[in-house]
Write a protein that binds this ligand. Structure first.
Ligand code: PLP
Length: 355
């Protein structure tokens, strides 16, 4: 039985992407070699990398001021690689701390320069987005997390600032039309809306680069840019799966279509959640994420029972992140509405019996 996949990442991928990736493991584009066997400096892989980088720019609607890189490491690597490349030791960056990933990002930045938290939502367990804040004069950039995967909140507008914005978009990249040109640097791990784990995408405005401090060669964005994102052996298979996923997004109708589907899924889920007495949401209504819905049972002792029931019905990934508990349903680009229907039906039944 195929599971309903509500995992927060690695998470659901489109069926055709998996079929194409599986076929390429045996024979990549009919060349007689597996995608796992081809050299990264072949023209075959060169074409994959070129198309993937171009598609990112096309979907983001950004031009030559930006460079697109596919780099090793999870998004966590970018928590340190961003300040390592953007921030000199005598400079200051501002951070918005809206969740555990933002908290980790600021901790890493402090290894490279000054990092000030201009807004924190820790006071209320990160259950909302604080939109009002003041950024001190002269900061190099303002870092924020567009979608808080663990807590279930999402920025539905841009932070109001004139400072160059750096965004961790790991869990909502390519899920909606978005003015990417408002950002100076965007990064995301691929394993939610963009493919398989093992590769990061970094999109950087070239004029942000050029600090004085020495940067280890393999960590230096400028070296990767000069090498066309082929400085060393890239995660070839993960880049290929990202390309297949990007092609799928474009074929399905692009970011407008992704948003339409996300809105349908989120409306079905949240409308049901709000109507059921046995469950309650964990975040304020206006800041709810369209990708990760967090909630819990009104009677705490029933949480595990609900998770067990989901498992029994072939639904995985419903337990909240280990650091915060509760329940979480992740609804990324490839999740069909039928999976959301299945879990809301189960919730209704559960609520009737347990309210
Ligand atoms: N940032 C966000 C918003 C995330 O959701 C995650 C992981 O879920 C990370 C960073 C860390 O990603 P990784 O495990 O790829 O390092």
């Amino acid at each position: 039985m195929k599971m309903h996949n509500f995992n927060s990442g690695p998470s659901i991928l489109p069926k055709e992407v998996m079929e194409q990736a599986a076929a390429a493991i045996y024979d990549f584009n009919g060349v007689g070699l597996s995608i796992l066997e081809i050299g990264h400096r072949t023209s075959w892989f060169g074409a994959v990398m070129d198309e993937a980088r171009a598609l990112v720019k096309e979907l983001m609607g950004i031009g030559d001021a930006y460079e697109v890189l596919f780099l090793h490491g999870g998004a966590s690597t970018q928590f340190m690689q961003v300040p390592m490349n953007l921030l000199d030791t005598d400079e200051t960056a501002a951070y918005i701390d809206n969740g555990i990933w933002g908290t980790k990002a600021v901790k890493e930045a402090r290894l490279f320069g000054n990092a000030v938290v201009v807004s924190s939502t820790k006071d209320k367990n990160h259950s909302y987005i604080a939109k009002a804040f003041t950024v001190p004069a002269g900061v190099k950039y303002l870092h924020y997390t567009t979608n808080n995967t663990v807590e279930g909140t999402q920025w539905h507008s841009f932070p109001a600032t004139d400072v160059p914005l750096v965004a961790d978009m790991s869990s909502d990249i390519f899920s909606r039309p978005f003015d990417y040109s408002k950002l100076a640097l965007i990064y995301a791990g691929a394993q939610k809306n963009m493919g398989a784990a093992g590769v990061n995408i970094v999109v950087v405005k070239k004029d942000m680069l050029g600090i004085k401090r020495a940067i280890p060669a393999i960590m230096n964005y400028r070296n990767h840019i000069e090498a066309g994102s082929l400085l060393n052996t890239p995660p070839v298979f993960a880049v290929y799966v990202a390309l297949l996923t990007l092609r799928w997004i474009k074929r399905e109708g692009g970011l407008a279509e992704m948003e339409k589907r996300a809105k349908e899924r989120a409306a079905l889920f949240y409308d049901t959640l709000d109507a059921l007495p046995a469950f309650k949401p964990l975040v304020v209504k206006e800041d709810r994420s369209m990708m990760n819905a967090t909630f819990t049972t009104v009677r705490p002792e029933l949480e595990d029972t609900f998770v067990a029931l989901c498992k029994q019905e072939g639904m995985v990934g419903v337990k909240g992140h280990r650091s915060v508990g509760g329940l979480r349903v992740s609804m990324y680009n490839a999740l069909p509405l039928s999976s959301v229907q299945a879990i809301v039906d189960l919730m209704k039944d559960f609520s009737d019996k347990n309210a």
